[in-house]
Ligand binder design. Structure first.
Ligand code: G1P
Length: 276
């Protein structure tokens, strides 16, 4: 079964400068929790216990976050503030973390390939932490995808319908619906202009990938923006075998943009208030 989750986290976060000058964008908090921790919690909820993080220069805060801070523990032990650490302590206790660095920024496909050394020859999940998801009913997005994987044992991408004018911000798929909300991918294009988009079904940052994807990425030529795109590699995989697009249940926030980040913050703030 799937045990490992890869987190590409080497990007510069230029849209959040100057905040991301010294802080990794994955560490920006929605309320009091960094984006990456939301992703790790979603992976744990889906039954995964091995987090493989692809980092880059200037990302050491990520490693420190998923570790014990002895000084802090010592300072607040036995005080009324100790409960603030409960959640992160639980996360650290439930999984292991390993890291590798992406040396050059050559795109998402390349970032995923950089993680091969941490993943090996087994199927794995990928979470892009700046797509923040919340399960409005029942299971988290990754958990839903694992159920689909159990049945079909192939690569799966999470999809969402978006306004057609936004297709140039996403990978876009087209395919045949084989079950309600489940599409066999026939076409997949990275960030097409609306007039060239094969549909309005956008890929969001949740993937399950079978390990043959690594060899395919190695053979994938740079595509959109001169970068090695996972979307292009997945189209090759779809043509050779099968890739599925899965319309998930739940809410997704694009925390890679300031608007989405503010929306997520308001949403989780309101949710927290309601739940006390
Ligand atoms: C990446 C992928 C794109 C996908 C998106 C989801 O783009 O390349 O196919 O739709 O993530 O967030 P990025 O947002 O990193 O530019």
């Amino acid at each position: 079964m799937i045990k490992k989750c890869l987190f590409p986290a080497a990007g510069y976060g230029t849209r959040f400068l100057p905040a991301t000058k010294a802080i990794p964008k994955e560490m920006l908090p929605v309320l009091t929790k960094p984006l990456l921790q939301y992703g790790v919690e979603e992976a744990i909820e889906a039954g995964l216990n091995t987090m493989a993080i692809v980092t880059g220069r200037g990302k050491r805060a990520i490693e420190d976050h998923f570790d014990i801070s002895y000084e802090l523990e010592h300072q607040i032990k036995g005080t009324s503030k100790e409960h603030y650490l409960t959640e992160i302590r639980e996360v650290i206790g439930k999984c292991t973390f390993s890291y590798t660095r992406q040396i050059e920024m050559k795109g998402l496909g390349h970032a995923i390939l950089s993680g091969e050394t941490l993943i090996g020859n087994e199927p794995f999940a990928v979470i892009l932490a700046d797509d923040l998801c919340d399960n409005t009913q029942g299971n988290g997005v990754l958990s839903q995808m694992i159920e689909v994987y159990k049945k079909y044992q192939c690569s799966i991408v999470a999809i969402e319908e978006i306004p057609k004018e936004h297709t140039n911000k996403y990978g876009v798929i087209a395919g045949n619906e084989i079950e309600s909300g489940l599409f066999m991918v026939k076409d997949m294009v990275e960030k097409p202009e609306p007039q060239d988009a094969p549909s309005n079904m956008a890929i969001i940052g949740r993937y399950i990938l079978t390990p043959d994807i690594f060899d395919i990425i190695r053979q994938t030529k740079p595509g959109k923006g001169g970068e090695i795109q996972i979307t292009d590699a997945l189209l090759t995989q779809a043509k050779k075998g099968m890739v599925l697009g899965f319309k998930f249940q739940g809410k997704r926030f694009d925390c890679g943009s300031v608007d989405g980040f503010v929306e997520a913050t308001n949403y989780f703030y309101t949710k927290d208030k309601i739940n006390g």
